[in-house]
Design a protein. Sequence first.
Lengths: 402, 363
Amino acid sequence: MSAETSAQLRARLDAAVAARARLRGRPLRHTIAALAAAAERWRDDASLRADLPRAARLSPAMIAAVVPIAAEALDAATMSALAEREWGAGAAARPAPPGPALVAHVVASNVPALALPAIALGCLAGAAVLVKSGRDDPLSAPAFQRALAAVDPVLAATVVTAYWPGGEVAREDAALGRAAVVVATGGDATLAALAPRLGRRLIAHGPRWSVALVGRAGAGDVDAIALDTALHDQRGCLSPHAVYVTDDARAFAERLAAALDGLGARLPPGPASVDARAAARLVAAEAEWAPGAAVLGGAGGTVIYEDVPAFRPTAGRRTVRVHPLRHVRELPELLPPGRIECLGLAGIDPAPLVAALRARGVARVCPVGRMQRPPLSWPRGQHAPLGVLLGRRAEPLLEVEP
Amino acid sequence: MPRCVTLEEELAAAIEAAGRGAPPPDFAAWALRVFAHQFEHNAPYRAFCTRRGVTPATVARWEDVPAVPSAAFRQVDLACGPPEAVFSTSGTTSAAARGRHLVPHLALYRASALATFARFVLPDAARLPCLSLVPPPALRPDSSLVQMCVWVGEALARGIAWMVGERGLETERLLARLAAAETSGEALLLLGVTAAFAQLFQACRARGRAFRLGPASRVVDTGGQKGLTRPLSRPAFLRECWTLLGIPGYYCVNEYGMTELCSQRYDSALDDRFHGRSLAPRRLAGPPWLRTRVLDPDTLAPVAPGASGLLCHHDLANAGSVSVVLSEDLGRAVGDDGIEVLGRVAGAVPRGCGLLLADLEPS
């Protein structure tokens, strides 16, 4: 793939757009069925499971845990419900509404398998799809396309997967210039480099984090937050970096540290760069000197108890801050605007918080333990997942999962 | 009645003597003495060590003295006595996020700074007029770098002219001074932050002006990429020094220092050249009373030679505060006595003397 020229890539894109034209009259239910079937095949792809740990720098146990989660998001019933929510009743029986011929996704590599929802949403929007994989997962996208080709070669022909190192401007322009919409996920520098070249065609998802809010926590809740933290080694925007506790926060912090240690044996962390390890070390080292703070935990992760409620992201590596909170209504003010993607809840009624959270830019509220299991309907960045691809303007969305 | 000589005074005298050619202080022995001193007189550090079960009685090797993260200087005052000076880290973050280094014995800082500067920047014992590309002490009285420049101007140069004013680098005045030196053939010592040199280079290019400064002119820069509006690699910096100032690379000495340390490291190129080691790799070398270990971030054990890790400095000249500081810099060992700084850890608070000029600019 790396030897592919810009002209060859453009030819593949032209072919995908032509294939998409041949599918324009097909009801969405066929697309939905094919995507669901492909997800199951992808989930069971032995070579992918063998190769992904090294590429994604996650342990084999972690890959075994997260691959089924990624596949289950492409559940047929969920996709039908999403189509109906956005395109109206009976949408699955109709073709996708008129929309972009080609949607491009520039996928980050902090979390593997981000290509799956990217491909699925593009197909449901009736577009041909280009997925430019991230450096740490160039495998999932082609594996999914292979799976799709096995169940629906006509639909698979509308999907182009590619990888090139970030910053290759000529290649990027050749590929992304063809797309009506470019959905890009990445760091601030990556997005800043793309923004002037793509203008309004760009839908940018910059760095975001997640938090949890806990009332009286049961043992299951503590384990659930530990799992939410540990999955993907805390590298995703849905990973909690802070937990606010209205009950005994210090005791909760100690229980969470123990739970993370327990998980460390079952889901060992993957290898990390010196830089990532150093950043995590410095976060803990600083906390050790901060007034009102305590550093808890061991090999499975680090819990930093801080008695002043605030939000500061950690450096990852399963490091989470725990703060006491006098009242749940104080939470939204603590969250940096536009930087918090998901709020996990335990023992808290979300209803009184929804308006303030939406205004703060939060896109998703769910029970703890489900933070890393977003449905395809997740309004990432508060955008309607399908409508945004068609350029439909809408109020910022916040989805509350029961 | 004779006064007792303090540990700091004794160490300062030993360092000054080393600067004059006497054998350097015995690092291992002094490290244990200094640790015992700090454990006794620095309460927050004593509490930190006690939590780890470490006391002077349990430490047999200098490598086992507990390291304090530089972030701790943002949280507590770590000093063994009333400070003679308080230095603050530079940065574009809020003042509350800046670190403070309380220095109870300025003479010790002065002794270390001057001896090291003389060795690495002035191995030929030249005494040159100094142009400072850092703010004067009136503008930044809390900068340890500025304090060092003052001492250099007093003790190791033929005077110092401050080329930074309230509104930043005074480019026209600097260019005029360089032109005068070029005409007279006078050699200069240019001392400043890398970002200020970048501004100077930009001004030269904008005017189509290049200087051929007198032989033995030299550049000392510090701060690296911090505060730069656009990246400037080390080779590009050296090329600009030659092209625009007429100063060859071996007369360009990069300094690495931290507000939290009283000793510095310097590019070894000039010292190596004057001692017949021109083929030695460029590295940041330091005085014998400063040792730097490269540590694995997870275990804080030394990494394999040449591997990268967190830089942990053990500076005897920090006897008045804390001697072992875990920095927020990544680096690797080079040769027997040097290091290479690879950059700041991602997410670390922006700081450093490279931001001295940025501090003067309106936000």
